[in-house]
Design a protein around this ligand. Structure first.
Ligand SMILES: [Zn+2]
Length: 357
């Protein structure tokens, strides 16, 4: 008997309706319902179809363990409203797979723990950003690799390769662990801003949730202030002579030209007229193209873990079969690290991780 919950995950991952799913399995909706209630086992032909179209191994469906989904009330979904239910479900199901993977890794490795304290109730988002910078000992300095900074502070970051551009990122607290899921179809700069935006949600909205009207703008304000501290901006850019200045200077903070122009305009360093003309010029480039682009950030923790597993004779394919999750699903959660040319053989020097067992 297969576990109906696990079929449900695969249905959600594929963004299928119940009827569409029944069609894929070659049964009618009622037969599927009877299976879901535990009254009826699926015919072998349907199981074969399930394995073939999903790419999931049979062991995944035979496993009786329940899967834990991100709690929708504790999740910040950026641009939630623009998502279709199927994209949202698929991204949530990716979260459930990430928890399986994360639990395995946590049982094998000692990874950094979160020290994110969330007592920021009466503080403005910009002040909260500066006090977190102070807590993390980075003062007003520009941040090199933002993703690694998050990881060093115990925030688990996974990638999403959902086929929708409407989903930027989401974040949540699971028990006392903060998680960020990032859509890696965005430009490197936008991903970085999305991650900072989610950090804002984790810090500011842990107890209030992020469904209130001002939550999005609070997270944006936090992200701007965290990535581009005002004092540093004003010192580095005393005046803006042209869009070229912005495109040249933005690399310091690892933000998009649009984000830097927006912030400088808000601070009064750019007139309305100039700001508008910069926006028009940048829009001509296209939303998915960034001038003077930075290199995409990737996870250092996952790279170290994969490298160590590989050295222990457990390449990603073996890990996948151990967890009964398709390799492509793990790879899409892990920034595609395992398929990059340089990884995982080229271990970085002295990984600070230590195997627990
Ligand atoms: Zn948001």
């Amino acid at each position: 008997m297969l576990n109906p919950e696990r079929l449900e995950l695969v249905r959600l991952r594929h963004g299928l309706t119940k009827i569409g799913f029944a069609n894929e399995l070659g049964v009618d909706r009622k037969t599927l319902q009877r299976f879901e209630k535990g009254d009826y086992d699926l015919p072998t032909a349907s199981v074969d179809k399930l394995l073939a179209f999903s790419g999931y191994p049979e062991e995944f469906f035979e496993d009786k363990t329940s899967l834990e989904y991100p709690n929708p009330n504790g999740v910040s979904f950026r641009s939630l409203r623009s998502l279709t239910a199927s994209s949202r479900n698929s991204a949530m199901a990716a979260g459930a797979l990430a928890f399986v993977l994360d639990d395995f890794i946590t049982s094998e490795y000692s990874v950094p723990r979160s020290n994110l304290t969330t007592e920021v109730k009466s503080v403005s988002p910009a002040k909260a950003a500066l006090s977190l910078r102070a807590d993390w000992g980075i003062g007003l300095r520009p941040i090199g690799n933002f993703l690694n900074l998050l990881e060093q502070h115990g925030i688990r970051v996974f990638s999403l390769t959902e086929g929708t551009r409407h989903l930027d990122a989401y974040s949540l607290w699971r028990n006392d662990k903060p998680y960020i899921f990032l859509n890696t179809l965005k430009t490197a700069e936008r991903s970085r801003f999305d991650a900072a935006h989610e950090l804002g949600h984790l810090l500011l909205h842990r107890h209030t949730g992020s469904s209130h009207a001002s939550a999005e703008s609070e997270a944006d304000t936090f992200a701007s202030a965290f990535l581009m501290p005002k004092e540093d901006l004003l010192a580095e850019i005393p005046r803006v002579r042209s869009l070229h200045d912005i495109i040249h200077k933005k690399r310091r903070w690892g933000v998009s030209a649009a984000a830097l122009a927006y912030t400088l305009h808000k601070m009064g360093r750019i007139t309305d007229w100039h700001y508008r003309s910069y926006c028009i010029s940048l829009a001509k480039n296209g939303r998915d193209k960034e001038p003077n682009p930075m290199e995409r950030e990737s996870s250092q923790i996952w790279e170290k873990v994969l490298t160590d597993l590989w050295k222990r004779g457990i390449p990603l394919a073996r890990l996948a079969s151990k967890l009964h999750i398709p390799e492509r699903e793990l790879n899409s959660l892990l920034f595609g690290i395992a398929t990059k040319e340089s990884a995982p053989e080229s271990a970085r020097v002295n990984p600070p991780l230590r195997a627990v067992k």
